[in-house]
Design a protein around this ligand. Sequence first.
Ligand code: G
Ligand code: G
Ligand code: MN
Ligand code: NA
Length: 253
Amino acid sequence: MEMEQDLRLALEQNQLEIYYQPLVRAQSGRVTGVEALLRWHHPTQGMIPPDQFIPLAEDTGLIGPIGQWILETACRQVSQWHQQGLKFYLSVNISGRQRDLGLDAELLSSILERTELAAGQLVLEITEGMLLDNSDETIAWLQSFCDLGIHLAIDDFGTGYSSLSYLKRFPIDTLKIDREFIRELTLDNEDALLVEAIISMARSLKLRLIAEGVETAEQRSALFRLGCEYLQGYHFSRPLPADQLVNWIQAYQ
Ligand code: G
Ligand code: G
Ligand code: MN
Ligand code: NA
């Protein structure tokens, strides 16, 4: 309860901050995109990670205004980076609860217009769980974003329980392989077989593939040799505050 009150205030009192984690091309190592990841600087408890308050934000409906703030803030930031010549797309996690809390094509198109970000530069990350209902409403909701030119990615791919039929039904163009498959990956273990299977499926469905949780040079080279085009993880960079991300890019690229 107390946490709920605190979270209500967090937005008003500027305690929320967006960190950005680079997504890089496996071959060149260049930044192709950034994922926006929410952080809460709690006045007495310090930094609270999102998995400790996003569920509360979802239960209380606060994910409505918070989600809108994230989209607006991150789109504005990435649009500014574009104007400075830093060209990469923006990936934002969205929660299924946002569907009933005002997130629709009209809102997104007004955010894109206000922040002057091209729709093609925005990717929304959804989870397999969100597609479980397989309902016409969910499909229409997601399709309306695609109609604007926004892209959709499945986050944590491979951990859900749904069948893969949604890959045909939903307008998805990117899969993010969950870090569970990457953690112990070498070129010749069982994880490599799974990753290879996912890569070949993604190829035939013409989906872009990103491996999450890349922490070591060994994982990176295994993924490159298996043919995964895009990588994300601590091996490249942790999620960083906006100014530090720019420093990282200038030092690393
Ligand atoms: O950044 P970190 O790895 O601690 O994030 C933990 C979880 O919180 C991840 O599953 C991530 O998708 C989720 N998360 C982070 N930022 C956001 C956000 O802005 N919106 C939503 N819905 N989830 C987020
Ligand atoms: O569920 P989602 O993929 O949105 O979660 C992203 C979360 O994963 C972020 O909280 C981020 O901090 C975390 N993360 C990013 N890279 C790595 C990594 O290389 N290793 C681990 N363990 N976590 C990572
Ligand atoms: Mn994500
Ligand atoms: Na993920």
